[in-house]
Design a protein around this ligand. Structure first.
Ligand SMILES: [Zn+2]
Ligand SMILES: [Zn+2]
Length: 123
């Protein structure tokens, strides 16, 4: 079980509301169903069936990364492998995932650095 980490700026009040992202599974209608953690496999089995093949699971599951728009600071979830990197709010392509911001300039104040802090809470 991974620890829950928080991500925030060491200069201003910028903080990510999420801690990385969430898994999802695509149902027969093409809808992305969020798999609550822990127990992602239970949701996958509910949607794809208990006997789903590994190929089917790989084709129909994905990971939503927590992202921030560097232009308007809108935070949202995006599958960076499948989805276009574009802000759902202002259409900017200046998108970073939470992991990509760690150790880099804060998207809000541009002066601080985004740090990953272990909260000590285990999932
Ligand atoms: Zn934006
Ligand atoms: Zn900042």
């Amino acid at each position: 079980m991974p620890p829950i980490n928080a991500f925030w700026c060491n200069r201003c009040d910028f903080v990510f509301h999420g801690w990385g992202g969430t898994s999802y599974v695509i149902d027969d209608a093409g809808e992305r169903i969020i798999c609550p953690h822990p127990g992602e496999r239970v949701t996958v089995a509910l949607v794809l069936g208990e006997n789903a093949s590994q190929e089917l699971i790989e084709a129909r599951t994905g990971f939503h990364s927590h992202c921030v728009c560097a232009d308007c600071l809108h935070q949202f979830q995006l599958d960076v492998k499948r989805d276009e990197r574009r802000c759902q709010h202002c259409n900017s392509r200046n998108i970073q995932t939470v992991r990509e911001t760690v150790g880099k300039a804060c998207p809000k104040c541009k002066e601080g650095t985004v740090e990953e802090i272990e909260t000590g809470i285990m999932t």
